[in-house]
Design a protein around this ligand. Structure first.
Ligand code: DQA
Length: 143
């Protein structure tokens, strides 16, 4: 299993940004913990974060060419706006799990809609940083 963790805009500020919503854990910590979990299962994880929509589209295309087994993706605010990311996910053969740290359904109405969920393999929402671990387990244990 070769998995890819992708994070979208502002996720690089985890630990500093809106701690009451996102907690105090940093992205570096999440990447390290997830890498350890995936490696314990004899699999491999690559990590990518970008604040730029087009770079995220490019990384999805590359992941397809590299034939990853799964992508764990927190698209952050682009979840609610990006037809380009939706089309990229629909265009590739690699299954994507959409992940959110916060329970977006408890928050502002504009966060209730995902442009991406219906082209994803599944969605995990609202378990804090453990949302990432649950997504990794879904790939490691069900795929
Ligand atoms: C988020 C939820 C999004 O609505 C928000 O724009 C984010 C983070 C989450 O992980 O809870 O940046 O994706």
């Amino acid at each position: 299993n070769h998995l890819l963790l992708m994070n979208g805009p502002n996720i690089n500020l985890l630990g500093k940004r809106e701690q009451d919503i996102y907690g105090d854990v940093t992205l570096a910590r999440i990447e390290k913990e997830l890498t350890d979990l995936v490696e314990e299962h004899g699999s491999e994880l690559d990590c990518f974060q970008s604040n730029h929509e087009g770079e995220l589209v490019d990384r999805l295309h590359q992941a397809n060419e590299a034939a990853y087994d799964g992508i764990i993706f927190n698209p952050a605010a682009y979840t609610h706006t990006s037809i380009a990311l939706r089309d990229a996910i629909a265009a590739i053969n690699v299954p994507v799990i959409e992940v959110h740290i916060s329970n977006v359904h408890k928050r502002e109405a504009f966060r209730h809609q995902s442009m991406l969920a219906s082209v994803c393999y599944g969605q995990i929402v609202g378990f804090g940083k453990d949302s990432y671990r649950l997504a990794a387990r879904a790939f490691l244990e069900t795929k």
